[in-house]
Design a protein around this ligand. Structure first.
Ligand code: PRX
Length: 640
């Protein structure tokens, strides 16, 4: 694949084809996107491409289609019926290979099970499953009958699961007896049982037998999937869905304690992902594509399930940990299946980098043609290691910037159009149809090389429809800072060649090993402990995870700090959020720095946590005086 690396000193040249397509897409977005949408198969063509009533967009108004039809039925009508859809590998080493016709059959049967359980179009179905084929099958089965799925990451605790289930009012929960993680079964059914004690909307629980561990089944509520599948019909009609029908709800963190249910529709979402995926990954009939993300995140929804399967791609799905039983497990999988496109996260790359090149050299990775990165900023060192040692300097690295809300990839090299000369650590340019900009607090475009806020100035088909059950939050979080313009919450720089560099979050959201967690969520979990009066959470840089969590907590009168209390707080966080939110450090302090209006001054906490100076105090965005802030900083430093 033609690509080059642009290092300082080499000359930048405009790459013509990309700019031609990009400029056309911006000049005539409706013409452009209707051409893209025609690449899918619609049951009914739209009457209007876009109804834009800021900040609400309605794409392909009046059009009807079905996501499950596009991912399976369309292929079984062709030679692809015998093509591999999913190469699945379980952590213990067991494997399953599903052709498109097997996938089609399983999706139909699963949809029939849903109907037999009384699930109808418009119902919400919660999926709490390990990385096994039943997860994409369940998603496609829901889509087939118009039930909106909500996948909850299997690393979440019972409380986090219950919170999400309650927010959606799901009637059915699908789980498994367990999934494997680092050699041990993670007992999901048991966690689900605990969650359902707190989630009254759920009437039925469907259980996949994965690990063969004993579980208790509640009569009248719980059913085994394999038993239900025996009674299922082999065909369920893929119901035509309106373009704006909610395909799924996916929870993500924001700046308040309560996670947001991001709602994605059907027509716009699928059109956007179908195109973005092709542009970025240059998917070919013979490609073997592996994205290591969990299906529980948006990357899994768009870049494991919907986009690849719409393209009839052969995908690899792996259940377990990257370093189990050995540090070369991933390289072994690449070799075993002849993976051509590999898509992973900077945290994983940094973690694997620490083990040097020896585990890689044991494997033949020559099948690889393209590498991708997603979820957090990739430092040039990790990018270069990935390029050199995994891609052997022959595979372009696509650094893809996007968000749960954007639905699909927004800023990234697009090798299928024309690969820009790459710069290690830069996501390069916006994809066609994406009007990105870097602006100051007033919304004015920043000059090159200066840090600003990343915004998107025109609607795009993959944009989310809203925040489930909270229309106010949709407007306030994303569209009120710059009316009519989408605020991403990220800092970015555009360099003198026009390349985008994403620098991380500008708000109170953390990215821990690529997982998005709100500081307020962790603070809420900590103050739930009877000994804690107040808490403030910040992050410190971490060489592998990108960021790590540091907690400052004030204890209630009569409570004293102790290692046991720290352990209790850590356990509490694991219980209410999950292991991803485990803190690196906990400091017990006598007070927290606050503005006069009561907002925690995180900059001070951060400076104390990182042992840095508090920097330029003249830019302080609160009402406290410089002297006051300095004093608080010095006092706090003495305490930790
Ligand atoms: O801060 C950006 C970071 O991840 C955030 C979105 O997180 P989430 O909704 O969980 O989706 C992640 C997977 C699409 C963004 O606001 N982020 C994502 N991709 C990149 C990135 N930061 C830098 N470079 C990226 N390629």
């Amino acid at each position: 694949m033609v690509h080059s690396i642009l290092t300082s000193g080499s000359t930048y040249w405009p790459f013509k084809k990309y700019f031609e397509i990009y400029n056309r897409s911006i000049k005539d977005p409706e013409g452009f996107w209707s051409e893209e949408a025609r690449k899918l198969e619609w049951f009914k063509t739209w009457d209007k491409v876009l109804d834009w009533n800021p900040p609400y967009a309605n794409w392909f108004v009046g059009g009807e289609l079905n996501a499950s039809y596009l991912c399976v039925d369309r292929h079984v009508k062709t030679w692809r019926r015998s093509k591999v859809a999913i190469y699945w590998e379980g952590e213990p080493g067991d494997t399953r290979v599903l052709s498109y016709s097997t996938l089609y059959r399983e999706v139909n049967k699963f949809a029939s099970v849903l109907l037999n359980l009384g699930i109808k179009k418009g119902d919400r179905v919660a999926l709490y499953l390990p990385m096994i084929p039943e997860l994409p099958i369940a998603m496609l089965a829901c889509a087939r009958i118009g039930a909106t799925h909500t996948v909850i990451f299997s690393g979440f605790s019972a409380q986090a699961l219950a919170d999400r289930v309650n927010d959606t009012g799901a009637r059915l929960l699908v789980t498994a007896d367990a999934g494997f993680r680092r050699g041990k079964p993670l007992a999901l059914k048991r966690i689900a049982d605990e969650a359902l004690e707190m989630a009254p909307s759920v009437e039925k629980m469907l259980v996949v037998r994965r690990a063969n561990i004993p579980v208790s089944m509640k009569p009248g509520r719980d059913a085994w999937l394999h038993e239900m599948m025996e009674k299922a019909s082999l065909f369920v009609n893929p119901d035509p869905m309106d373009s704006s029908h909610p395909l799924y709800i996916l929870y993500t963190s924001g700046t308040t304690g309560k996670p947001k249910g991001i709602v994605h529709g059907t027509g716009g979402y699928l059109t956007f992902n179908h195109s973005a995926y092709r542009w970025v990954f240059d998917i070919k009939e013979e490609s073997i594509y592996w994205c290591t993300a969990d299906v529980g995140w948006v990357t899994g929804h768009s870049s494991i399930v919907y986009a690849p399967l719409m393209h009839g791609a052969a995908i690899v799905l792996y259940e377990g940990a990257p370093d189990y039983p050995g540090i070369d497990r991933w390289w072994d999988i690449i070799e075993e299946y002849g993976v051509t496109i590999f898509y992973t996260s900077p945290t994983a790359i940094r973690m694997l980098m620490r083990f040097g090149e020896e585990p890689i050299e044991k494997h033949d990775l020559s099948s690889l043609e393209l590498l991708g990165s997603v979820g957090e900023p990739i430092n040039p060192e990790a990018w270069t290691w990935y390029y050199k040692h995994i891609g052997k300097e022959k595979c372009p690295v696509v650094d893809t910037w996007w968000q749960t809300e954007t639905g699909g990839i927004m800023i990234s090299p697009a090798p299928a159009i024309e690969c820009p000369p790459l710069k290690p650590g830069s996501a390069t340019f916006p994809l066609p149809g994406i009007l990105a900009d870097v602006v100051d607090e007033k919304g004015e475009t920043m000059p090159p090389e200066e840090r600003g806020l990343l915004v998107i100035k025109a609607p795009w088909p993959g944009m989310f429809l809203g925040v489930y059950g909270d229309p106010k939050r949709y407007v306030e979080s994303y569209w009120s800072k710059f009316p009519g313009i989408y605020y991403t919450g990220d800092y970015a720089i555009r360099d003198k060649d026009g390349y985008y560099w994403i620098l991380g979050r500008a708000d109170e959201v953390l990215k821990i090993a690529g997982h998005r967690i709100g500081t307020a969520e962790i603070e809420d979990a900590v103050v739930a402990h009877p000994a804690v009066a107040e808490a403030g959470v910040v992050s410190i840089p971490d060489p592998v995870k990108g960021e790590a969590i540091v907690i400052f907590a004030i204890l209630k009168e009569g409570c004293s700090p102790s290692p046991d209390l720290k352990a209790e707080l850590k356990a509490l966080i694991r219980k209410s959020i999950g292991p991803v939110a485990s803190p690196e450090e906990i400091h017990f302090v006598s007070k927290l720095p606050k503005t006069r209006s009561g907002k925690i001054m995180r900059r001070i906490l951060k400076a104390v946590a990182t042992s840095a100076s508090i920097g330029d105090l003249t830019t302080l965005e609160d009402e406290s005086s410089v002297e006051e802030v300095k004093k608080i900083y010095e006092e706090l430093k003495k305490e930790v």
